[in-house]
Design a protein around this ligand. Structure first.
Ligand SMILES: C[S@@+](CC[C@H](N)C(=O)[O-])C[C@H]1O[C@@H](n2cnc3c(N)ncnc32)[C@H](O)[C@@H]1O
Length: 211
C-alpha cells in the first residue's frame, strides 16, 4: 500500500552496515517502540536487527499504524501504560512544520522511555550554506511549494539546531553520525562533494539517552 510519503519520493529505508552497527552499538534490545512508524519500512528493519526484542509501533496516522501492526504481525500493541527501553524516531521531525510540535514529540518520547532509556533519531538536515539550504533560502527550486504540494510542510533545521532542541528536551546526546553518499571517502573529498547536488541527500543520526 502506498502512502503520501511514498508518493513524495519516499523510498524503502536503506540500512547499510555502518548504520546497522551504529544502531547495535547504542541500542541493547528489550522493549522497542518505532514512533512515527508510517507504513513500517523501518519497523521491519528494526525487527531484523533485534529479532529477540519486543517491537511496538505508533503513528498519529491510525491507518498507517494498523497496517504496520498487521503486516509485521506485531503482537505487542503500543501502550502509554508501559515504558520502553528504546525508541526510534526516524524521519518524523522531517514532516513536522513547527517548533512546538517537534518539542512536544521529543517530550512524548522522553516520557515513554524507561530511566536511562535510549532513542535513535534520524533526520535530513538543512545545513547552513549547503546547496540544499541555499536553494531553500532562495526558494529557487520552489522547495517549500514542492513540500506543500505533497501535503507535508516541514521544519528546515540544521543539524546544530536539532542538536540544541534535543538537548533541551531532557536528553543526553551519546553519539552522532552524519553519513554521506560517499561516507567512506576522506574529509577533504567530502568537503568538495558538499558543493555538489549529491549533498541533497544529507542525513544525521543521533543516539540519545533520557536524562
Ligand atoms: C516520513 S514518514 C516516516 C515513517 C517511518 N518512520 C520510516 O522512516 O519509514 C513520517 C511519519 O511520521 C508520522 N508523524 C508525523 N507527526 C507525528 C506525530 N506528532 N506523532 C506521531 N507520528 C507522527 C507521520 O504520520 C508519518 O507516518
Amino acid at each position: 500500500m502506498k502512502n503520501k510519503f511514498q508518493n513524495a519520493g519516499y523510498v524503502e529505508p536503506f540500512c547499510p552496515v555502518y548504520l546497522r552497527k551504529f544502531i547495535a552499538r547504542w541500542i541493547n534490545g528489550g522493549e522497542i517502540l518505532d514512533y512515527g512508524c508510517g507504513y513500517g519500512g523501518w519497523t521491519k528493519k528494526i525487527k531484523e536487527i533485534f529479532p529477540k526484542s519486543s517491537i511496538s509501533a505508533f503513528d498519529i496516522d491510525a491507518q498507517a499504524m494498523m497496517s504496520t501492526e498487521e503486516s509485521l504481525n506485531i503482537l505487542n500493541k503500543f501502550s502509554r501504560d508501559k515504558l520502553y527501553d528504546a525508541i526510534f524516531l526516524n524521519f518524523v521531525v522531517d514532516v513536522i512544520d513547527n517548533d512546538a510540535e517537534v518539542i512536544q514529540v521529543l517530550a512524548d518520547i522522553n516520557s515513554l522511555l524507561k530511566p536511562g532509556g535510549r532513542a535513535i533519531i534520524m533526520y535530513t538536515p538543512y545545513e547552513k550554506y549547503s546547496l540544499r539550504w541555499i536553494f531553500y533560502r532562495l526558494n529557487s527550486l520552489n522547495v517549500k511549494e514542492w513540500h506543500d504540494k505533497y501535503r507535508f510542510q516541514r521544519v528546515y533545521y540544521s543539524s546544530n539546531e536539532l542538536f540544541n532542541i534535543i538537548e533541551n528536551s531532557g536528553f543526553k546526546i551519546l553519539d552522532i553520525i552524519k553519513p554521506r553518499f560517499f561516507h567512506k571517502s576522506g574529509v577533504l573529498l567530502n568537503r568538495v562533494l558538499q558543493i555538489l547536488p549529491i549533498y541533497f541527500h544529507s542525513l544525521i543520526v543521533f543516539s540519545v539517552e533520557k536524562r
